[in-house]
Ligand binder design. Structure first.
Ligand code: MTE
Length: 332
């Protein structure tokens, strides 16, 4: 996201690996791209990702976590699901490094047992849940959601979890609770990325209470029918499909109900670039780039035309009413 201007791959391709592919695609486009100076890093990053994706742990190695197909409106798309190896090897999880390949390389150090999630703040029944109890709180559903990152890429992932609303109902928010803050794990011993001060740790995110209660907001424990791999936010993360990916905090340890809008990690780092709402919106550009188009990881090649980004990431029918009357340019 912020700070890195290109994500130079960790494995640099030998020219023979990349030239043939480029040659049969669009030579002229490639030459123009090369001339822009961006090509070296991008191609190297692309080749690095291909190599890492081949090494990533394949489905079947992690414990199964089946869920029945969700009946929540909009929770299942017919779009082609992203390959597991891409979803598990191209991530942002800055606690393990800022390169997209770092989480898959480094997150094996994350210790996910024992794990507890504290739910507190403005609630009648604050509680500390062991991850095993949190898992059993509601029936698991499989939901196939698009995840759209602010940097212009997207994936379609079958998540396993349940609506966060189930947990919120259990703890009974008080009348003055207006927001929900999500605080994630920050353990220097197991998270090498914490040594860099790119963000104010712990990574924190927030939602308005009605957004958190929306049936599409998912507390996720698994993906592709298995428990989450560490790099995707094990053992529990959020998935808010109509918002940019950074709103979906990984490896959550605390959920706190507040009256004031909580500060968030990316908003603290660059308030003019990352607002509190962060709804996917093709009409509101990031100050440094357009948000109108996106590339589907593993599907839209480096030279393919990008696809148009949809308002609220395609979930407008389900969530548009949450923002009725709001100026979405101001509340970005
Ligand atoms: N959660 C934590 N704790 N740390 C992070 O750096 N990155 C966010 C989000 N959650 C991040 C995080 C960003 S920028 C994105 S795009 C998504 O995780 C990536 O999620 P994915 O692994 O499912 O692709």
């Amino acid at each position: 996201m912020l700070i890195k201007t290109n994500d130079d791959g960790f494995i640099h391709p030998v020219p023979g690996e990349i030239t043939p592919r480029a040659a049969y695609q669009n030579r002229r486009e490639l030459l123009r791209f090369m001339a822009s100076g961006a090509a070296g890093g991008t191609l190297a990053a692309w080749a690095g990702r291909q190599a890492l994706a081949q090494q990533v742990q394949r489905p079947g190695k992690l414990a199964p976590l089946p869920g029945t197909r969700s009946a929540v409106a909009g929770a299942v798309t017919m779009e082609k699901v992203t390959d597991y190896k891409d979803a598990a090897s191209y991530n942002n999880f800055y606690e393990f490094g800022t390169d997209k390949a770092d989480p898959a390389r480094n997150a094996h150090t994350l210790k996910t047992t024992p794990w507890t999630v504290e739910v507190d703040g403005l609630v009648k029944k604050p509680a500390k849940y062991a991850i095993e109890d949190l898992l059993k709180l509601s029936a698991q559903e499989e939901r196939i959601y698009r995840l759209r990152c602010v940097e212009g890429w997207s994936m379609v992932i079958p998540w396993v979890g349940y609506s966060l609303a189930r947990l919120i109902e259990k703890v009974e928010p008080l009348g003055n609770a207006k927001y929900v803050e999500f605080i994630t794990q920050a353990d220097r011993a197991t998270m090498p990325g914490l040594r860099a001060s790119v963000l104010d740790w712990p990574y924190a995110e927030g939602l308005r209470l009605d957004e958190a209660m929306h049936p599409l907001t998912l507390l996720a424990f698994g993906m592709y029918g298995e428990v989450l791999p560490n790099q995707n936010g094990a053992p529990v993360r959020l998935v808010v499909p109509w918002k940019y990916g950074f709103k979906s905090g990984k490896s959550i340890v605390r959920i706190r109900f507040t009256e004031q809008e909580p500060r968030t990690a990316w908003n603290k780092a660059a308030a003019n670039e990352y607002g509190f709402y962060s709804n996917v919106n093709p009409n509101v550009d990031h100050p440094r780039w357009s948000q109108a188009t996106e590339r589907r990881i593993g599907e839209d090649g480096l030279f393919a035309k990008k696809r148009k980004t949809l308002m609220f990431n395609g979930y407008e029918a389900q969530v548009g009413q949450l923002y009725a009357g709001m100026d979405l340019k101001k509340n970005y």
